[in-house]
Design a protein around this ligand. Structure first.
Ligand SMILES: *Cc1c(COP(=O)(O)O)cnc(C)c1O
Length: 359
């Protein structure tokens, strides 16, 4: 037996240690996980109500077209129903896009420090990956445009970017889109769309009328708090969506996930509350970081990327882990999910200890 050569260079996704493992290893009572940008406030109570009152028949396949949800989302966004494709989280949509468009002798352009799944699946398809380092923590769109050639199929813009929380603004995005040739698909990963509150954060739905080679991705996993249900979607031009539908598995989103997503869309107040609290907590983090000279990127997401002078990211990660706090370490910094007020206050104390020891 032999799998494709390139699979041998990759590792399966490891979600990190379980909280039970960490508890045992360090003899702790409580673990706080601020590593996966999940919603610390859970999800709308309307979701629980919907999935317990509108129980689908579990022996029947789900509606593969997600008809009811499709109508809801189309209305919510003000787009046509045939502009939408649903997936088992954006992870799956990323896989569909790559499976549909990339092959050997094609290439794909992305930031070097961004969501790792774009790269992962491109490797599986044996496509060439052109990674462009971030510039001051932001997508270097000028350099990314230069990397595009006749064999380029997809350019990825993660906006706001995971792990840095930085963003490409309206003007920068439009300028970039007008430079990209029409044979290249630009995928805008807006997993954190709801959290982005700056005025110049792009309003991208209207851009779909102008740029047929644009695909926007949104998910219910983050601000809507439904990561466990696995449901997200793409918005694009009907021709592309129809072609992508061929790569979609017939029953890729479950009945319960569809029901949950519909209910979540009906509770704007929950998302607004989540976003407002996130912003308030982010501001407190900024103040704290400024005082301790911890460097960070202002974030448009529900996470923040930091560096403590003199401490490596693995050192910060390890010291927090020993106290029962799980964050995410990257080669050049640590990403912390913004938690609830009390969690953030406790974490700041621990970070202060690390920073002070080093100063
Ligand atoms: C979390 C995340 C996703 C994947 O989300 P799903 O749970 O698969 O919908 C995609 N892109 C970015 C940037 C993310 O942070």
């Amino acid at each position: 037996m032999k799998v494709k050569e390139q699979l041998l260079t990759l590792k399966p996704y490891i979600p990190g240690k379980t909280t039970e493992e960490v508890k045992r290893e360090y003899n702790l009572d409580k673990i706080v996980k601020l590593a996966s940008n999940e919603n610390p406030y859970g999800c709308s109570p309307k979701v629980l109500e919907a999935i317990t009152t509108k129980i689908p028949s579990f022996s029947i396949y789900p509606d593969g077209a997600a008809t009811e949800l499709r109508v809801k989302v189309a209305d919510y966004l003000g787009v046509d129903e045939d502009q939408l494709i649903f997936s088992s989280g954006l992870d799956e949509l990323i896989q569909y896009l790559i499976r549909a468009m990339l092959s050997p002798n094609t290439n794909t352009v992305m930031a070097k420090e961004t969501f790792p799944q774009y790269r992962h699946h491109a490797i599986i398809e044996n496509a060439e990956i052109r990674e462009v380092p971030l510039k001051d923590g932001k997508h270097d769109l000028e350099e990314m445009a230069k990397q595009i050639d006749g064999q380029t199929k997809i350019v990825w813009i993660c906006n706001p970017n995971n792990p840095t929380g930085t963003y490409v603004n309206q003007l920068e995005l439009e300028e970039f889109l007008s430079k990209v040739p029409s044979h290249v698909l630009v995928v805008l990963d807006e997993a954190y769309f709801e959290y982005a509150t700056n005025n110049d954060y792009p309003k991208t739905i209207p851009l779909l009328n102008k740029f047929e080679n644009l695909l926007i991705m949104r998910t219910f996993s983050k601000a809507f708090g439904l990561a466990g249900f696995r449901i997200g979607y793409g918005i694009g031009c009907p021709t592309l969506i129809k072609q992508l539908e061929v790569a979609r598995l017939p029953f890729n989103t479950s009945s319960l996930a569809q029901t949950a997503a519909i209910a979540a869309l009906e509770d704007n107040a929950f998302v607004e509350k989540t976003v407002a609290l996130n912003k308030k907590e982010l501001e407190k983090y900024y103040q704290f970081f400024d005082q301790l000279q911890i460097s960070y990127y202002p974030s448009q997401g529900n996470f923040i990327f930091i560096n403590i002078p003199g401490a490596s990211s693995t050192e910060i990660f390890q010291r927090l882990l020993e106290k029962g706090w799980i964050v995410r370490a990257f080669p050049n910094g640590v990403r912390i999910t913004v938690g609830k007020e009390e969690e953030n206050e406790q974490l700041m104390k621990l970070l202060a200890e690390i920073a002070t020891v080093k100063l």
